[in-house]
Design a protein around this ligand. Structure first.
Ligand code: E4P
Length: 217
């Protein structure tokens, strides 16, 4: 299972990388707006920190402009993944960029059949948004199960990249289902190693070690 950091915050990305948990990075226009900075500089910097795929999203919605933007973004680094929306124009851009050997992440996926179209268009990744489905009273993880099952049925190579992750349960369920990638806000990734019994056990070890009066160094 691969962990991507869902952020454009350079310091947060470095921190996750230092933990050995950074297999890739996803960004989107909202994250760039939230964290500030120049889009091209940020994406280029992230690509230097992270060896894995780094998603940079196009901003246009029409085919011609999106295609030009996609080609420009693709030229930023070898590990760039161009992120396009799951629209008719986005699928067309996906097909063309993928045909030229560019990695493409098709985003804003909310149904199993949308995911099938992304796979047929040659997407490297499809991004189903689980949290946003949960937000409207639907079951985001059911979408992940359906896509994984359909992709397995037909042997599609497109990787299922679970997006809009809100909590660690989303990550656990993604792992149980067998999703290829989860992209998570850094604070959710860091919650994975926290457990009250780990903290309690460590506190006891520290106290007991003091009683021995010994030093390892
Ligand atoms: C990732 O690629 C998505 O853009 C992101 O996970 C969306 O998450 P949100 O629903 O929390 O905005």
């Amino acid at each position: 299972m691969k962990f991507f950091a869902d952020t454009s915050d350079i310091d947060a990305i470095k921190e996750i990388n230092d933990l050995g948990m950074l297999d890739g990075v996803t960004t989107n226009p909202s994250l760039i707006a939230k964290n500030g900075g120049d889009f091209f500089e940020i994406i280029t910097e992230i690509c230097k920190i992270c060896d894995g795929p780094v998603s940079g999203e196009v901003a246009a919605t029409d085919y011609e402009t999106m295609m030009k933007e996609g080609e420009k973004v693709a030229g930023l680094a070898d590990n760039i993944t161009v992120k396009v929306p799951l629209t008719e124009a986005g699928l067309k851009v996906c097909k063309n960029l993928a045909g030229n050997g560019t990695m493409v992440n098709v985003t804003l996926c909310f149904s199993p059949m949308q995911a099938v179209l992304a796979a047929k268009a040659g997407a490297t990744f499809v991004s189903p948004f689980v949290g946003r489905l949960d937000d409207i009273g639907q079951n985001g993880m059911e979408l992940i199960s359906d896509i994984v099952r359909i992709y397995d049925n037909y042997g599609f190579d497109t990787e299922v990249l679970v997006a809009s992750v809100r909590h660690t349960q989303h990550i656990l369920e993604s792992a149980l289902i067998g999703a290829d990638v989860v992209t998570c806000p850094p604070d959710v990734i860091k919650k994975l190693y926290k457990h009250p019994l780990t903290d309690k056990g460590l506190a006891a070890f520290v106290e007991d070690w003091k009683k021995t009066g010994q030093s390892i160094l």
